[in-house]
Design a protein around this ligand. Structure first.
Ligand code: ATP
Ligand code: MG
Length: 556
């Protein structure tokens, strides 16, 4: 398939195609406008892939603009985390990072212009009164008693607001539109309010801050955005978006298009709720590998390509729906199956002693890093008389379905010899601690010639040369598919979302593992070294995803 054929198609791209064909636009300019009040989640990844992906495919540009009009909730650390996530996903924004706050002077001037046109007024109704005057969906609103204040007086009052002469909540600047509109957002919405808050970009310069609906459309216009793409909850607000643009002296006419947000099963997508998980220390920060944040997925070993592929598979529509976790997991599993190097790790070790192997010998076996990808080369794995194998890979007796080690039966040790178990030792509780076996010395890379039929292949590591490691088995954070609909999401948290295995033994080559880069631990799943500063220098591996979709089976 050519690159063009491989492109996604969706209703927004069809609109762009039409706009280019009709000559309405010759260049495409999009933007991604996060609020720096939390980390980006996978829903944002969908929005990023959409707006940046369109810019890429149409030789256009996409701006990264922080929508920073709520200084109390925002933080510069979030700004940095968001920049990192967008880059990590593989996208480049046009020019410098932008901030809505870059335009506060211009926005203030536009507000003055609205006052001068008798399209905005300073209102002294308090919150309760404002609500009462607004009416409801079934009941029209009433005009504010301050609606007909003269232009000069409004200009003076707005200037007093700017100078900090009114208290927070004492007054606000409102657009004068239509208190009977069937769109609530058109009932004289607030466009500026008083907030004595320090701002991460503008410091203490302002004590009045513009509202989102006023800021967003004008920032789009100032930046020459052609297609302003956002989620469906802004559909009604498009009336206000257009009203502001149409009533001000700005040439550029951006248009807003809405698509349905991503909902993903077994997780939450609201920044407010994710923030609660972090604040209450129910997870290890925004980048906890169980979080649906981009930083969490990165720490868990997801690749940027797998997340872009996910965005492509789910598509872009106006229909509300919830995507199964299996769709996301399939994307990372397919990527890592093709690309992740293999390694051996024993998560729950017992000893395997090869009684007929010399006591003082260690062999350096050469094994492939990837079964189908020669370009990944080979590595050396040490082999000697005492190995570790998984406890679950041995049984004293078993039926034919059990394709692992059983007394008097043979298995192949991955990349090494065929062994036949002879007996075992147990502790006081009856748990097997050591298995004894004999090996066939002419079976390296060859089938036995004496008629022995190995039942399967098991993984192992050398007792002497293996390294101690911790493995974190991550699972879904919630036990129900839609935790957002639970009365209290605390009650549906999965108590087994993290199981730490601390007695893991891994092959020595894993000393060179790099954070975030996943391996397939043979027969166990995909795992990557943790990237957290707290575990630096230790071998702590996070499970990215299992080899198979075990939840699909449970669901059936
Ligand atoms: P949340 O509702 O999770 O708190 P938000 O909408 O407040 O998110 P913003 O930082 O304002 O977060 O979002 C930036 C952009 O990402 C917006 O254009 C928004 O439409 C889009 N976006 C947010 N959540 C999703 C989602 N679940 N799916 C797709 N796009 C999303
Ligand atoms: Mg928002």
């Amino acid at each position: 398939m050519s690159e063009a054929e491989n492109r996604p198609t969706n209703f927004i791209r069809q609109i762009i195609d039409a706009d280019l064909a009709s000559g309405k636009h010759t260049n495409i300019q999009t933007r991604f406008p996060p609020e720096p009040n939390g980390f980006l989640h996978i829903g944002h990844a969908k929005a990023i892939c959409l707006s940046f992906g369109i810019a890429q495919d149409y030789n256009g540009l996409c701006n990264l603009r922080f929508d920073d009009t709520n200084p109390e909730k925002e933080d510069i650390d979030y700004v940095h985390a968001i920049e990192k996530d967008v880059k990590w996903l593989g996208f480049e924004w046009s020019g410098d990072v932008r901030y809505s706050s870059n335009y506060f002077d211009q926005l203030h001037a536009f507000a003055v212009e609205l006052i001068e046109k008798e399209l905005a007024f300073v209102c002294f109704l308090n919150g309760d009164e404002m609500r009462e005057y607004r009416g409801t969906l079934n009941k029209p609103g009433k005009n504010s008693p301050y609606r007909d204040t003269s232009v000069d007086e409004n200009l003076a009052l707005f200037e007093k607001m700017r100078k900090g002469e009114f208290k927070e909540g004492e007054c606000s600047l409102r657009a004068k539109i239509d208190m009977t509109s069937s769109f609530m957002c058109m009932r004289d919405p607030i466009i500026y309010r008083v907030r004595f808050a320090h701002h991460h970009q503008t410091g203490d310069k302002w004590c009045i801050y513009p509202m989102y609906d006023f800021t967003h459309c004008l920032s789009d216009a100032i930046e020459g955005i052609t297609h302003s793409i956002c989620t469906l909850e802004f559909q009604d607000n498009r009336r206000l978006y257009d009203w502001v643009i149409d009533n001000l002296s700005i040439k550029s006419k951006p248009h807003q298009y809405e698509f349905s947000r991503l909902n993903l099963e077994y997780t939450l997508m609201s920044k407010r709720k994710l923030n609660t998980l972090v604040d209450e220390k129910l997870v290890d920060g925004w980048d906890d590998p169980r979080m649906p944040t981009i930083a969490g997925f990165r720490r868990r070993g997801y690749t940027p390509a797998s997340m872009r592929e996910f965005a492509k598979r789910i598509g872009v529509t106006k229909m509300e729906n919830t995507v199964e976790m299996g769709v996301l997991e399939a994307c990372i599993r397919e990527d890592l199956n093709d690309n992740a190097p293999r390694a051996m790790a024993v998560l729950d070790p017992i000893k395997l002693v090869i009684e007929n192997y010399p006591t003082d010998k260690t062999e350096s076996l050469t094994v492939k890093n990837h079964p189908n990808d020669e370009s990944q080369g080979t590595r050396i794995v040490p082999f000697s008389r005492e190995l570790y194998i998984e406890a679950e890979d041995f049984r004293e007796e078993a039926n034919k379905k059990y394709k692992r080690l059983v007394i008097d039966k043979a298995v192949r040790l991955r990349g090494a010899y065929v062994v036949t178990a002879t007996r075992c030792d147990k502790d006081e509780q009856g748990n097997v601690t050591t298995v004894y076996c004999n090996y066939l010395d002419d079976t390296l890379g060859k089938n036995p010639t004496d008629g022995t039929k190995p039942k399967g292949v098991i993984h192992w590591v050398d007792v002497d040369k293996s390294l101690d490691a911790t493995v974190r088995l991550y699972d879904r954070l919630f036990t129900v598919a839609n935790p957002a609909s639970a009365d209290d999401f605390h009650r549906v948290m999965n108590p087994e979302s993290l199981i730490s295995l601390t007695k893991v033994k891994v092959e020595p080559s894993l000393a060179n593992a790099q954070p975030e880069i996943a391996f397939q631990f043979e027969r166990q799943g995909y795992f990557c070294l943790d990237n957290d500063i707290k575990t630096a220098g230790e071998l702590v591996f996070n499970r990215t995803v299992g080899l198979r979709d075990t939840w699909a089976k449970i669901a059936k």
